[in-house]
Write a protein that binds this ligand. Structure first.
Ligand code: SAH
Length: 240
């Protein structure tokens, strides 16, 4: 098969890495699992070795879908053609475990969509560009804060390019997102708008973006910058 660059197709070919990724998801009897971008199905097959109830895969490329239909015969597998960044995940179940070796060109958009479906997704194990993994875990960026408001982010392992076909130009990493038990009940669209504004020109002093009084009420020095704020401080500013 000819792999398509525009769909970020880099297949994981290391059985060791694939089985570790599945272990990270701690799949249990009866779980409903979602895989984003199954490609030729290497990770898909490994997931299906577990006693899960159903596996929904979301794939954009018709050719990959035909390939999987031929290769994997399993009643638990449900194939959806679509784009993961706009897919309504909660239509698939209410306690989904999501896995995927994401197409790197749209990984951030997919991650954002996952957070918008947080109420039906307690856990996700995702392979992304290493730089993206580190940035989501540590920030500063609006998306990192958005994710970390609702999920614990763990850096599980790095994956060098040679474990993919074709090898990507960058290193990759696996991160795990686990729902926090105490989540603020924010309106997600509104919170996103607040964060994207806060982190735009994030080197500017906060007083240039926000009411000085609000900052002082939150106990935050107006001369500080968005990139220096802790998660708690950002959340405090949002709720004030
Ligand atoms: N999981 C496979 C393939 C990963 S490559 C493996 O590890 O071997 C990324 C996969 O995501 C490709 O199959 C690609 O066709 C698919 N893809 C690309 N853009 C997508 C999108 N927007 N939504 C869903 N799948 C997408």
């Amino acid at each position: 098969m000819r792999l398509k660059k525009r769909y970020g197709q880099h297949l994981l070919i290391s059985p060791g890495v694939i089985s570790k990724i599945v272990e990270f998801a701690q799949l249990e009897d009866g779980d409903t699992v979602v895989e984003i971008g199954p490609g030729t199905g290497n990770l898909t097959k490994e997931i299906l070795k577990k006693p899960i109830k159903a596996l929904h895969v979301i794939e954009v490329d018709e050719e990959m879908i035909s390939f999987i239909v031929e290769r994997i015969k399993d009643d638990r597998l449900v194939i959806h053609r679509g784009e993961a960044q706009s897919f309504n995940l909660c239509s698939l179940g209410d306690e989904l475990k999501v896995l995927g070796n994401l197409p790197y060109n749209v990984a951030s958009l997919i991650l954002e969509n996952l957070v918008f479906h947080k109420d039906c997704m307690p856990l996700a194990v995702l392979t992304v560009q290493k730089e993206v993994a580190e940035k989501i875990q540590k920030g500063p960026s609006w998306l990192s804060t958005f994710v970390r408001t609702f999920y614990r982010v763990e850096y599980m392992m790095s994956i060098p390019p040679r474990f993919f076909l074709p090898p990507p130009k960058v290193d990759s990493a696996v991160i795990r997102l686990s729902s926090l038990s105490h989540q603020p009940s924010f309106d997600l669209k509104d919170y996103k708008a607040f964060l994207t504004k806060l982190y735009s020109n994030r080197r500017k002093a906060l007083k240039n973006k926000m009411d000085k009084k609000t900052l002082l009420r939150a106990g935050i020095d107006p001369m500080r910058r968005a990139e220096e704020l802790s998660l708690d401080e950002v959340m405090r500013l949002y709720t004030l």
